[in-house]
Ligand binder design. Sequence first.
Ligand code: 13P
Length: 255
Amino acid sequence: MRIPIIAGNWKMNKTIAEARELVGALRDELTRVAADGKVQIVLCPPFIALAEVAARVKETPIKVGAQNLFWEVKGAYTGEIAPPMLNEVCDYVIIGHSERRQYFGETDEGVNKKTRVALAHHLTPIVCVGENLQQNEAGQTAQIVGAQVRAAFTEIARDDARRCVIAYEPVWAIGTGKAASGAGANAVIGLTIRGALADLYDEATAQTIRVQYGGSVTPKNVAEFFAQPEIDGALVGGASLLAADFIAICQAARK
Ligand code: 13P
């Protein structure tokens, strides 16, 4: 049984003061939702608010994640954040988000390096994959997403791979209000992503790794995704900034 995992990716939103306010509005209800371990909830604020958010959910089942990390552990890399720094404040890290690939030049090779270093430092990677609109329209979804999964998991041992979470986020669905269909996302996750994992490892590993859907998830459409057998939760952007919406999405994951 894969336990669903809902992560809120706050992206470049919320000052420390605003983060404190949002976590204050989320904490009690999300604690109730996650209390019996039937759903895992992760908040991913900007780096600068990580410690503040972590301190405020410390005695709760709510977990915290970063939105990125660097693959070296220390040194002259101005502006970067190293895995041991994250170890002090969080358990999860989003890797290879399409915005990082698109605006900051992240490559499949970099995603693999970051995933390996995160695992080596006992962080749980949330590895993002997904095709863009042009690739989707050209019928290249399986080819692109399959290649992203194979690249991300290069030289990662089976037991380490099993600790990862994958987020399938079609780029055309992110922040557009045009979510994928539940059945469409289910097919990509079941056939392409689990198929690639079964090729890389084995069927049992492919069935163990949790795969979220992300892209315009809202309280209105979330039930359609959670009803799908291959989808193990959601990576939520815009709706994770609204306390009532994020709570509703997390509650829906229990059903
Ligand atoms: P939206 O939910 O705003 O579409 O963002 C999805 C996303 O990119 C989460 O990482």
